[in-house]
Design a protein around this ligand. Structure first.
Ligand SMILES: [Zn+2]
Length: 180
C-alpha cells in the first residue's frame, strides 16, 4: 500500500464515524459528463434554459433532449472503483453514509445502502400529473415521454420547484451522519 493510501486509511480509521460527500468528479470515470468543468454539460447547454422549472413546464422536450439519452441508457452506466470503494467501506463498517450531489444513482448501483441524493436522481422518474413512479430505463417512448394518464414525465432531480426539494425526513439520515 502506498503511503498516501495508508495515510488515508489511518485517518478514516481514526475519525469514526465517517461520511463521504461526493460530486461529479467521482462519476467522471464512469463516463458521466460533469456540469461545470471544461467540456461539461453547461458549456453545451444554457443552464438558465435547462435547469429552470418554469421553462420545463413551458417546453419539457428541451429537458428530455439532454436527459433522455442517459435515462434511456441507464443500465449502460456502471459504477467505477471509487463508487465501489465507498460501498465496500460501508459494508466493512468504516463509512456511515454517503451524501452526494450526483443524480446518476451510481452509489446505489455500487451497493451503497446509506445514501442521500440531495439533488434527486435520474433513476426516479415521476409523472407530473398523477405522481406515478417509473424507474429508469423503463419509461415510455417520446420526447417528452408521457405517462399513460397523459401527464409529462420528469426525473426527481432538478429542475424542480422549491416546494419539491427533499423534505427534512429525507435529509435526516445525512444530517445524522455528520460529525456533531
Ligand atoms: Zn400520470
Amino acid at each position: 500500500m502506498t503511503s498516501l493510501y495508508r495515510q488515508a486509511a489511518e485517518m478514516i480509521a481514526a475519525h469514526q464515524p465517517s461520511s463521504a460527500l461526493t460530486g461529479a468528479g467521482i462519476s467522471a470515470e464512469s463516463g458521466i459528463p460533469t456540469f461545470r468543468s471544461k467540456g461539461g454539460l453547461w458549456e453545451r447547454f444554457d443552464p438558465t434554459v435547462y435547469a429552470s422549472i418554469e421553462l420545463f413546464r413551458q417546453d419539457p422536450s428541451k429537458y428530455w433532449s439532454i436527459r433522455g439519452e442517459f435515462i434511456r441508457n441507464y443500465d449502460a452506466y456502471t459504477p467505477n472503483p471509487g463508487h465501489r470503494a465507498l460501498a465496500d467501506m460501508e459494508a466493512l463498517g468504516f463509512l456511515r453514509h454517503v451524501i452526494t450531489q450526483n443524480i446518476d444513482g451510481l452509489h446505489r448501483k455500487a451497493g451503497s445502502r446509506s445514501v442521500t441524493e440531495i439533488h434527486g436522481s435520474l433513476r426516479e422518474i415521476l409523472c407530473t400529473a398523477c405522481g406515478r413512479e417509473f424507474r429508469a430505463p423503463h419509461i415510455p417512448e417520446g420526447c417528452p415521454p408521457l405517462c399513460p394518464c397523459g401527464g409529462v414525465l420528469k426525473s426527481s432531480s432538478a429542475p424542480r420547484p422549491w416546494s419539491s426539494l427533499p423534505p427534512p425526513c429525507r435529509l435526516w439520515p445525512a444530517a445524522r451522519a455528520l460529525p456533531s
